[in-house]
Design a protein around this ligand. Sequence first.
Ligand code: SAH
Length: 353
Amino acid sequence: MTNRFFEHKVLEQIPAELSAILTELGLPRFCIRQLRRWIFARKTTSFDKMTDLSKETRKILTEQFGTIFQGKELTHDQSADLTEKLLIEWPDGERVECVLLRDDRNHRTACISTQIGCAMGCLFCASGMDGFVRNLTRGEILEQLLRLNSLLPDHERLTHVVVMGIGEPLLNLDTLLSALDEVTAPDGLNLSVRRVTISTVGIPSGIRKLAESVVCNGKKYKLAVSLHAPNDELRTRIIPQNRFSGIDEILKASDDYFEQTGRRVTFEYILIAGLNDQPEHVRQLVHLLKHRTAIVNLIPLNPVMELNFQTPSAKATARFAGQLESQGIQVKVRFRKGDQIGAACGQLRRIHR
Ligand code: SAH
């Protein structure tokens, strides 16, 4: 089976395409409804188990599509804080990681990747250390979600999706949006758009394209922008991509997104000891954001073995947060999860560690 080439892959097709294929195969119209229910609601990974489809139908589906999943789970790590991480290998041998996060508010969050590797080269992040290989496909993005969903017990479902894994989502936006359509579809994963966050390094044209897509599809996903430094000199030093846009352009595009959607943009700010966590940085950050309706999400740096950056102490982090708050900026400190298994922000890779 694995060596056979299948023209169609069930997760790659948008519903209308899949419907057309099923019709061509002579299958009844309701078949797509059943198929989608099995895949998205009942977490079924094999056509054989779709017991309300006739044996003949199941046989046709298997012959046509082979398997639902295309990838192979290479490793599955679990940490004491109940974070789980999967390393998946695709048929071309390329690999990505994705993560399931649990918290005590009953949130079950999938953190998914959008690219194999990353071209952005952020100095503090493990995901781009080996460069960029290719975009993930719609099916590969969906497969991560379905695999993470099926790590949950039967009665539990994913409640949130964060596009914060490997890769720059806005550089694979059309494909990502196609996959996210299934996340919010009532007969898909059925999550509210409010529970889906897309995090970007900050590509103004991509942010505008995302804002435009809201006009067409009405889906006001939450946008998070990785700011990480309050001036261009420092930002370009740690995020090389910044030289193409600059902070000002990114903030303007984010303003457009807010205007278009009415949703406050989150600015992520990694705290790196001695580099971007000084009082002058607070002042500059306040200057950038004080007239904006925004939230700052502070992320104390997660250590990456090869990199020589230090995480500030909890006290220093609290001080930085307090100084921002005292100037009227809304702040959240991101609680670290999954770092024991290399599953925290910026620690995802294409290999198992
Ligand atoms: N490429 C997207 C999504 C990536 S990851 C982006 O740049 O936003 C999600 C967040 O984790 C980003 O804000 C990213 O900058 C941050 N991150 C990367 N490396 C990190 C590290 N070592 N510690 C903490 N956060 C990190």
